[in-house]
Design a protein around this ligand. Structure first.
Ligand SMILES: O=C(O)CCC(=O)C(=O)O
Length: 263
């Protein structure tokens, strides 16, 4: 991982995100792919990592692994990579001060997996006393338009709530009036985006998974809110293996499933 140059810093300031090419070496990438396969095979375990699924419309009976969260405490290799001094120093450059981890997730977007509606991430996090987070996206598979790459707005870096529906997704005019670019990132690239940056993605219409890590950090001076976040998420929107019959988790967990296609 590297020091940011002036043009990268300027892009971050202007757009609220930046794309760095070829940051991870081949060995790290091979580890990342192997570790992702390991985690995908972890069994349902109440109280530990959190597995979420989607059931594609039009394919009755199909249940796809959509996301795993809160895996870092259980995986030494990944905790070492994303908690390394190099990674934290890189993020501190964007943040302007040291950072602490807020949440960790892998979106699997398997073939047939749905897209994510237009949204900002911050509204899902602001209750936790932090109004500034940044997320490092680390693709495992190449992002293409066919497999539902991330699409993000230009010139929309203001940290404000944009007009949105009651479920937190953005009103259609918001992204329609912005220039939105597809991020055709390759494994080895990283993209860092501010939690207020409007973004979305399409469905995976290809025959292969489109997996990506999303590690969200906040300024250290705002405190460590990870435990509080996961305690509340587990209460409101637990993984399926912890759910109780008769509870409407779509309603109770609305804040935690903002724009996501998950059940
Ligand atoms: O992985 C994607 O396609 C989009 C992810 C996203 O926007 C999210 O998880 O909030």
């Amino acid at each position: 991982m590297t020091k940011l140059d002036a043009s990268e810093m300027e892009h971050w300031r202007r757009h609220g995100w930046v794309w760095l090419r070829g940051v991870l070496d081949q060995r790290t990438l091979a580890d990342l792919t192997r570790w992702t396969d390991e985690i995908a095979a972890w069994p349902e375990t109440p109280g530990a990592w959190m597995r979420y699924y989607e059931r594609p419309k039009g394919a009755p009976g199909t249940k796809l692994l959509a996301r795993i969260e809160n895996f870092l405490p259980y995986h030494k290799g990944l905790a070492g990579l994303f908690g390394s001094a190099r990674c934290l120093e890189l993020l501190a450059q964007w943040c302007g001060e040291p950072v602490v981890l807020f949440k960790d997730k892998i979106n699997f977007k398997l073939p047939g997996g749905a897209g994510f509606a237009d949204h900002q991430d911050a509204p899902a996090y602001v209750d936790f006393g932090v109004d500034h987070q940044l997320t490092m996206m680390v693709p495992v598979d190449a992002f293409t338009e066919e497999n539902g790459c991330l699409e993000i707005a230009l010139d929309a870096c203001e940290r404000v709530f944009l007009p949105h529906h009651p479920d937190g997704t953005l009103e259609p005019d918001v992204m329609a009036n912005l220039e939105v670019v597809p991020l055709l990132a390759e494994p080895g690239d990283i993209i860092v985006f501010d939690a207020w940056a409007p973004h979305r993605s399409g469905a995976n219409r290809s025959a292969a998974p489109r997996r990506s890590y999303y590690l969200t950090f906040n300024p250290a001076s705002a405190g460590d809110h990870r435990a509080a976040y996961y305690a509340r998420k587990r209460e409101c929107f637990p993984p399926e293996c912890e759910r109780e019959p008769g509870v409407d988790y779509a309603e109770r967990g609305r804040q935690f499933n903002l724009a996501n296609p998950f059940d």
